[in-house]
Design a protein around this ligand. Sequence first.
Ligand code: UD2
Length: 309
Amino acid sequence: MARYLITGIAGFIGSSLAHALVEQGHDVRGIDNLSTGDLDNLADIRRSIDFQEMDLQDVAGMKSACEGIDYILHQGALASVPRSVKDPLTSHESNINGTLNLLIAARDAKVRRIVYAASSSAYGDQPTQPKQEDMLPRPLSPYAVQKLTCEYYIQSFYRAYGLEGVCLRYFNIFGPRQAADSPYSGVIAQFTFKMMEGITPTIFGDGVTSRDFNYIDNAVSANLLACLAPSEVATGRVFNVGTGKSHTLNEVYAAIAGQLGFTAKPLYGPPRAGDIQHSLADITRATQELSYQPRAHFHEGLKKTVAWY
Ligand code: UD2
């Protein structure tokens, strides 16, 4: 059995990865500074994992966290486009300095491979749809710049030091355990939470803004495949982790409202600074080279998600 380190293990994606790995019988170590993560997400596997409360920028901490590790699943970050627009310095420190510190520790500990939670935000206002990995990135927000910068760091650590790294560009992952109560939470979590509280959600923009919403199970499987793919296929490369289908915010609103029996029409507000209008993944590379298959479909994933809150 392999030894995994999950950064951001108390967050939505990190905790989902932890559950999958524990179920498969792997050794799981996890770190989280609990700034946005929540230990409740780990409640049922807490005794099966080695959890340490730690910040990615802690030099000595990262050294000990990487000791004896085969694979790192690097999910720890201050997520959210609007958070980065509001406070670019804090998210820069966490996302870029934290990742660089982790990479140095991983290199020194001779970790076999690091799989990185990159972001579809890297494509920015690149107009061509669907997005392919070789397109020129045109990041629109500090968050997008930070996530893209770390892709480059991962690739440079492979070229300069031989540390194997794979970048998974997540396209709007959603599912159970996604935090819902912050203005920086993902839109599906926020809409669900608000409707359950009887609050009418606001759609930023005209409602035809679209995203390739991808259910968490697909992101988990992409990570596991990225760890095990042959080095010549995966290392130093970027893969889109989406579904190849997109849905508008109006559709998302209607689907959640329908499930919850929420009858109020949405409110509309101005678009958010840093937002992309349309985002849709071309998943050819991941399907052909990692054998990734987005088996969990949007509506079925949405049903499970809404039922979870
Ligand atoms: C970006 C990335 C995503 C991931 C995520 C992490 C893109 C295309 N996607 O997600 O891959 O890295 O960042 O945070 O860049 N919205 C509303 N009302 C609300 C909340 C949101 O209309 O109450 C809109 C928001 O303006 C946007 C859409 O919903 O147009 C999705 O927003 P989000 O915050 O869920 O995710 P996004 O696309 O910024």
